[in-house]
Design a protein around this ligand. Structure first.
Ligand SMILES: CSCCC(=O)C(=O)O
Ligand SMILES: [Fe+2]
Length: 188
């Protein structure tokens, strides 16, 4: 069990297809952790009474919660939203998503700027750190229901790439590569 993630083959095929490389190149959870991506598997059937979810929310301060039922009937400007989700972007805050039904792909950039495709399914909860370049698409199942969590009043503002001067981006890259490297480069 666990989350599946892999290096993407970038081509013009439908973004909802898996885009595996040939041969497939899976990315272990430990590599995602190095990028600051956190993961839990929870029981989505009883999320209202889930003690594990309650503890995660409490320890990380996620007092805001809402549900995003990603289907044309329930979401205004559905096509436009999906297009925007798939534009490479960052946020000033963590992006916390818990999959209650369906599935989809979160793509994140690794240290070498390669796309890693993360397949989230029912019960998967992931946290993307502030400042990580990412995007989202449905898979060929065409449906997902997500819980969104946040600390305080939610801000979903997306800053499209490039954002190298954005404070959250700078903080993220220095957490990845170490502050010393950044200082050494600036001294030149
Ligand atoms: C459908 S939730 C994931 C899309 C995304 O990256 C965002 O909401 O910022
Ligand atoms: Fe996002």
């Amino acid at each position: 069990m666990g989350l599946e993630a892999w290096f993407m083959e970038e081509n013009d095929e439908d973004k909802r297809l898996p885009h595996h490389r040939n041969p497939k190149e899976f990315v272990p959870l430990s590599n995602l952790a190095e990028l600051g991506v956190l993961y839990w598997h929870l029981n989505p059937k009883d999320y209202e009474n889930d003690e594990e979810l309650r503890q995660i929310r409490e320890s990380r301060g996620y007092n805001y919660m809402d549900l995003l039922d990603l289907c044309p009937e329930r979401v205004e400007n559905y096509e436009e939203k999906l297009r925007n989700f798939y534009r490479e972007h960052i946020h000033a805050d963590e992006e916390i998503r818990y999959c209650l039904e369906g599935s989809g792909y979160f793509d994140v950039r690794d240290k070498d700027d390669r796309w890693v495709r993360i397949w989230i399914k029912e019960g998967d909860m992931i946290i993307l750190p502030a400042g990580i370049y990412h995007r989202f698409t449905l898979d060929t199942g065409n449906y997902v229901k997500l819980m969104r969590l946040f600390i305080g009043e939610p801000v979903w503002t997306a800053y499209n790439r490039p954002q190298e001067d954005h404070p959250s981006r700078k903080e993220y890259t220095s957490s990845l590569f170490g502050k010393k490297a950044g200082v050494a480069l600036e001294a030149h």
